[in-house]
Structures are given as structure tokens and as C-alpha cells.
Ligand binder design. Structure first.
Ligand code: SF4
Length: 731
């Protein structure tokens, strides 16, 4: 009997356990995909504590993408006009080392930037940032998590003193009231949502509130659905706080003993009376009061959010305004309570732990903190002052660096910025200016490969061994179960080899990813994300484990899979108190106006993942959505003389797109919705991010990918009225 490999789904941050078996098993017909190609068998792992055997369509079909369109060999070219030529690893790595040496000598380390991914395993992250921050002396290592959840990180740090979701999935089954804002969890985090939904259905007293401008599948399950106007989240959250204050529904003991900043906060929320808030949010006063009453009357309130709050020019303020409600009602540190950010990518959490953003060092340390730098420098045997004290370039700033000519080399790994960055015309122009772009990925072609000079083939999920952490801090080993195709190598091995070729042999003497992980967990010792008690060997032996997990700590079977942070109501701030954040609502960075009268909001579909690099190659998923589409309210469609299924043009101040109209009352009049999954590889003029803008949250540097102002008109009316001239500003 062949035993399955236990691993983790490599798509979203829910982090479901999977079991994988080879295509051919004794006594069974070979498992094949729709085209008859043998593929690995994948099923949910019932022993995985986060998902209990459940799996969604993405996890279930992952094996179908493993062998399609793989990048097998290193390739190079001198200019973007030339075709790629296959080269040896030595040639590719020598060229990278030699160009980096040249740049270091002439422009300094900050002229090199590395843009990584929440798809990385923790070991990939750790080696990448050690190479950049420790050896090269630049903090220009950021990841696509910047576009996904950096506002959650900033919100947690500023309000609670540290990053790290305080909750666990068991809270989904212990809450009395779940408040979901800016998250379509039913489609984007389906298995976590399923746990909540089952609890909600079984217990009639449990309430589900969903806040979203779009009536999603998540909203369909709600007891109370608040269809707020895009960009009015802070109005709503402050409005709820206002009512709680007015009604005296506060946990005064918790506020007095465990928090600070309450008076300043009350000064702000008194400006949010219910009539004003209801009018700004576009909901009734009664709906607002019902939401506030549920916060007041429920013993245990859990809030969940994802990109709807994070991807905003006031993302950190939104996250902190939500956390304020937990602090004023004492809904934190207890079962069934707490502010719980649902992470987008499978190991964005691991990236946060390993220093995978431009302002971070491993173990939730900050590059701006001298003590933190000293601790890491000592551990890495660096001279004092070798780690740069300034945060490096965040994702969008790397594009600006290319545009300005200050970034001379960009290394992109396991992500597709040519589709996922905002303002794609500008992004593409910046990428075209790059003197050297290295693109390291499992797949080819991709949109970003079009802008690369060097392609490095990367091993992906199942082809290398490493560790990932999901949204509830559950750490799972993902063992290798198949050979990488061609000459593909693990990301961490590629980074380490470049480090050695640049003369840092002693820093990269690892013989396995287990050794990398061992070095990394030491840096978490006595930090809030303490994983010093974890090793690849232990995770293989005992299965997934949650952090904190200190060295020598033996697990209490009662709590081993339901650990929470802040259960003693002490927070890792200077005085041990959580901080209220007082913010007024600013609204959208680009509100609609008479020229661009609609708000475009972007989002994701249940079946697709990011820029379709995997899911676009799975036939049954690709067939489900033959065309990119736009959701329009029938009333708007009538005024625009657009009929269902017709192609429409959407224009913003930056670009344009063409989508098939889908008329639905799920979207409010005045707002339209486009999924973000399509790049130019999959359809012409279908990129949602051709329209979006890069205005970012000043605290998290996360761009407002969720909303921008657009014009909408039918292709026919464009032909008839010459409307294309109206948009002559568009390049
Ligand atoms: S919910 Fe997320 S982690 Fe779970 S199977 Fe689906 S995509 Fe994978």
C-alpha cells in the first residue's frame, strides 16, 4: 500500500491539508486529467487540524497544473526584442553575479531589488532576505504580500504592538457573532468560511454580519448584510463605535487596564452620529443600529477581513478602526473573539515571520530598530551596522525606481507583477526600462517573462521540501514528492548559489532546506512568533503545529491546535497595553466624478487564483470563464444601453479594458466589478489593473487596488459616438 504524502494546499492562506498519491497505484487505473495525461491524486487530509479533510476546487485540481507550460531550463537574452536562448545554470548565475558586482561597485546595493512572493516556502524567504539584507546591504526585498495584506500587518503592529493574527480557526466555531468586512470568504477562503457557516447554521443564536459593497456569496449567508458604498468602511466602524459609546456598551475594565488612547478615540467617534453615518454609507440607520446592537449584545465577537480593507489608501486606518471595536468591547484574547485577518497567499504569514517585507527582519523584527538589527547581525556574523537602517523599496516603489533609473536590476520570483501591479501601462513602461530583469518562476510563458532578460526555472510545490504557515499560525511541512522538471531548482537554492558566487560562501553553507529552517527558527526565539521548538523533523513526525512553540515546549493536547495570542490581555507594547487608533474617514483616493462616474471595484472568483498562472492552465476552470466580465447593475445598464453579454469598454484616467457585461443586482448602482485574474496572456484588454491606481496607504504602503473611478460604455456606443476620442488621455 502506497502511503500518501501529507502536505499543504499551495493556493490561499486558509492552508488546507492535502494528501497526494502518485498517478499509478497498484490495482488501480492510472489517474489522468481531462486530456488523458497521468496526474497525481490529491485529496483533503482529514488529520490536518485547519481543514479537517475539506478542500475546495482549487486545492482539488492543483495536480492538473503541475506539468503544463513549465519553464525547464535557464534562458537569457540581451534585450527584450531578442528571443530567449537556452543557457546553462553556470552561464545564467555567472551573469547575475557579474552584473550585480558591477552594480554594487557603480551604483551601490540599493540599485538592486528583489520582489518575491507569498508562494515562497519559509526557507525561500529566509535565504532571499539574508542575501539582500545581510550580505548585499540593501533592504530592497519586498513580496507580493505587500499588495495583499501589509495593511493588516501595520494595523496589528500599531494597535497590538506586534503582527500576528491573535485568533485561530476554532474561534470560527466558538463565536456568537461573526463580523465580516471587506472579505468574500465564501469564494476566496472557502474552507475557513465553511467552518463558520456550519457553526452558524447549527446555532440559530449565532449571528453573521457581512459588510461589502457587492452582494457576494458570503453576503448571501448573512443575517445582516450592509451594502456600504465603496470607501466608507471607517465611517461605518466609527459609527458603530459611536453607538456603543452612546449606549454605554463598553468593557470599561478592559479599556482601563489593558488599553490606551481611548479619550482621543472618543473625540473622533463623537463626529460619527448614526444619521450622518447611514447617509454616507448608503445604508439605513436601522441597519447601522442592528450591527452595533449585535456587537453590544454578543458575548463573543469575531471579525474577519481580507483585501477589502487592506487594499486601500487608508488600509491601516481601516484595520485599526476595526480593532478599536474589539478593544472597546474587550473582544480579544478569549475563545470566539478577536480581529482575524484572512491571509491571501499560502505562506504570506511565513514571509512576515522570516523578514519577507522591505521593513522587516526575521522574527517580526524591524529594520528601523537598532536592537533588532544588532541581534540579527550578531547571529549572521556581520559587522555592526552592516544591515541598512532604512526600510527598502516596497513593491510599487520598485516600479518607481525603475522608472527613475535608480533601480538597475530587478529580480522577480514566483509572482507576476506585469498583471498584479496597479496602473499597468505605467508598470509595463517601468519594466521595459529595467536594465536587467531576472525572472524566476515555475511557468513559462507568463506576462512578466515578456519583460525579462534572464529566466530561471524554479521548482514549485511538491518539487522541493519546505514549510508554510497559514492564517491561524499553523505551520505545516510540505515535503517534496516529485522531481522538478528539466533543470528547475528550489528558489532558496538559487538565492544561496548567487550568494556564494558573490563571495558569501560562509553565509550559505546549507545542505538542505531543513538546515535553513533550523537557522531561521533560532531567530524567532523569545519573540512573539516563537518557533524555536519547531523543526522540519518534528513537523514530519508530529504533523502541523501552531506557533508560538518555544524550544522544549511540549504540546498540551487540549490546546495544541487552538492557540491564541494575548490571552493574558498583555500586549507587546512598551507598557503592555493595546492602543486605540483614532482615524477620521478620508474615503476613496479617487472618488467618482462627472467624467468618471462609476466606482470600479476588483476582486476574485472561487475557481481562479491570482493571475491564472496555474488555474488558467486547468481546462475545467478555464472553460467556466471563457471571457473576462464586468458586473453592472441593470439600472446602470439600461442607462448605458448595455445588454447582458455585450462587450463594454471601461476607461479610467490611466488605461482601458474590454469586458463582457454581466447584469446583476448583486452590485449596487454606480459601482461595477471586474475580477483581477486576466492578464494579456489570457485575453486582450482584460486587465483590471490597467484601470487601477497606485495611491497607497501611507502606513502600510499597500496600493488601493480595490477601487478607482471609471467610465463605462458599450462597444456599440463607442463606435456610434466616437467616444474613444473622449478618452484620448489614455495612452
Ligand atoms: S480553501 Fe484555500 S487552501 Fe483550502 S483548498 Fe481551497 S485554495 Fe486551497
Amino acid at each position: 500500500m502506497t502511503s500518501p504524502t501529507k502536505t499543504l494546499c499551495p493556493y490561499c492562506g486558509v492552508g488546507c491539508g492535502l494528501e497526494v498519491l502518485p498517478p499509478a497505484l497498484p490495482g488501480k487505473a492510472t489517474h489522468r486529467d481531462d486530456r488523458g495525461v497521468p496526474i497525481w491524486r490529491v485529496r483533503g487530509d482529514r488529520s490536518h487540524p485547519s481543514s479537517l479533510g475539506k478542500v475546495c476546487v482549487k486545492g482539488a485540481t492543483i495536480a492538473e497544473a503541475l506539468d503544463k507550460d513549465r519553464l525547464r531550463y535557464p534562458m537569457m537574452r540581451n534585450s527584450l526584442e531578442e528571443p530567449f536562448q537556452r543557457v546553462s545554470w553556470d552561464d545564467a548565475l555567472d551573469r547575475i553575479a557579474s552584473e550585480f558586482r558591477q552594480i554594487l561597485a557603480t551604483d551601490g546595493p540599493d540599485a538592486i531589488a528583489l520582489y518575491g512572493s507569498g508562494q515562497f516556502q519559509t526557507e525561500d524567504y529566509y535565504i532571499a532576505q539574508k542575501l539582500m539584507k545581510g550580505c548585499l546591504g540593501t533592504n530592497n526585498f519586498d513580496a507580493n504580500s505587500r499588495l495583499c495584506m501589509s495593511s493588516a500587518v501595520a494595523g496589528y503592529v500599531k494597535s497590538l504592538g506586534s503582527d500576528g493574527p491573535p485568533c485561530c480557526y476554532a474561534d470560527l466555531e466558538e463565536t456568537d457573532c461573526a463580523f465580516l468586512i471587506g472579505t468574500n470568504a465564501a469564494e476566496c477562503h472557502p474552507i475557513a468560511f465553511n467552518r463558520l457557516r456550519v457553526h452558524h447554521k447549527k446555532n440559530r443564536s449565532v449571528k453573521l454580519i457581512v459588510v461589502d459593497p457587492r452582494k457576494t456569496a458570503t453576503a448571501d449567508a448573512a443575517d445582516l448584510y450592509l451594502a456600504i458604498r465603496p470607501g466608507t468602511d471607517i465611517d461605518l466602524l466609527n459609527g458603530i463605535a459611536h453607538l456603543l459609546l452612546r449606549w454605554g456598551q463598553l468593557d470599561t475594565l478592559f479599556i482601563d487596564e489593558c488599553t490606551r488612547g481611548f479619550p482621543e478615540f472618543t473625540d473622533v467617534v463623537r463626529h460619527y452620529p448614526p444619521d450622518l453615518v447611514a447617509q454616507r454609507c448608503g445604508i439605513s440607520q436601522e441597519e447601522l443600529e442592528t450591527a452595533a446592537r449585535l456587537w453590544a449584545q454578543s458575548k463573543r465577537v469575531l471579525s474577519l477581513w481580507s483585501m477589502g480593507l487592506n487594499q486601500s489608501s487608508e488600509g491601516t486606518a481601516k484595520v485599526r478602526s476595526l480593532i478599536n471595536l474589539h478593544l472597546m468591547t474587550g473582544n480579544i484574547g478569549k475563545p470566539g473573539t478577536g480581529p482575524f485577518s484572512l491571509t491571501g497567499q499560502p505562506n504570506a504569514m511565513g514571509g512576515r515571520e522570516a523578514g519577507g517585507l522591505a521593513h522587516l527582519l526575521p522574527g517580526y523584527r524591524l529594520v528601523t530598530n537598532p536592537q533588532h538589527r544588532r541581534e540579527v547581525e550578531e547571529y549572521w556574523n556581520l559587522s555592526p551596522g552592516q544591515i541598512n537602517p532604512r526600510p527598502g523599496l516596497a513593491a510599487w516603489d520598485m516600479m518607481l525606481g525603475l522608472e527613475a533609473g535608480t533601480v538597475k536590476a530587478l529580480w522577480v520570483a514566483a509572482t507576476n507583477p506585469a498583471v498584479s501591479m496597479p496602473d499597468l501601462d505605467r508598470t509595463h513602461a517601468a519594466l521595459r526600462r529595467s536594465p536587467l530583469t531576472i525572472y524566476q518562476d515555475a511557468y513559462y510563458p507568463t506576462e512578466t517573462a515578456e519583460f525579462a532578460h534572464i529566466l530561471l526555472p524554479a521548482a514549485q510545490w511538491g518539487e522541493k521540501t519546505g514549510v508554510m504557515t497559514n492564517s491561524e499560525r499553523m505551520v505545516t511541512l510540505c515535503p517534496q514528492f516529485r522531481d522538478p522538471p528539466g533543470e528547475a531548482r528550489a528558489d532558496w537554492e538559487i538565492f544561496a548559489e548567487v550568494g556564494r558566487r558573490l563571495g558569501f560562501e560562509a553565509s550559505f553553507e546549507f545542505r538542505s532546506s531543513a538546515e535553513v529552517y533550523r537557522e531561521f527558527v533560532y531567530l524567532t526565539k523569545s519573540r512573539i512568533c516563537d518557533m524555536a521548538g519547531l523543526s522540519q523533523e518534528r513537523l514530519r513526525r508530529e504533523g502541523p503545529l501552531q506557533w508560538p512553540c518555544a524550544e522544549g515546549e511540549t504540546d498540551d493536547p487540549e490546546t495544541r491546535h487552538a492557540k491564541r495570542l494575548y490571552t493574558d490581555f498583555r500586549f507587546p507594547t512598551e507598557d503592555g497595553r493595546a492602543k486605540f487608533g483614532a482615524y477620521h474617514a478620508r474615503g476613496l483616493a479617487e472618488p467618482p466624478d462627472p467624467d468618471y462616474p462609476f466606482v470600479l471595484t476588483t476582486g476574485r472568483l472561487y475557481e481562479h487564483w491570482h493571475t491564472q498562472t496555474r488555474t488558467g492552465r486547468i481546462d475545467k476552470i478555464a472553460k467556466k470563464y471563457p471571457d473576462p466580465f464586468i458586473e453592472i447593475h441593470p439600472r446602470d445598464a439600461r442607462e448605458l444601453t448595455v445588454i447582458d453579454g455585450e462587450w463594454v469598454i471601461v476607461v479610467s484616467k490611466r488605461g482601458r479594458g474590454k469586458f463582457r457585461a454581466k447584469l446583476t443586482r448583486a452590485i449596487a448602482p454606480g459601482t461595477v466589478f471586474v475580477p483581477m485574474h486576466w492578464g494579456f496572456l489570457w485575453a486582450d484588454d482584460a486587465e483590471a489593473n490597467a484601470l487601477t491606481h497606485p495611491e497607497s496607504c501611507p502606513e502600510s504602503l499597500q496600493p488601493e487596488l480595490k477601487a478607482c473611478a471609471v467610465q463605462v460604455f458599450s462597444v456599440e456606443s463607442e463606435r456610434g459616438t466616437g467616444k474613444s476620442e473622449v478618452v484620448g488621455c489614455v495612452t
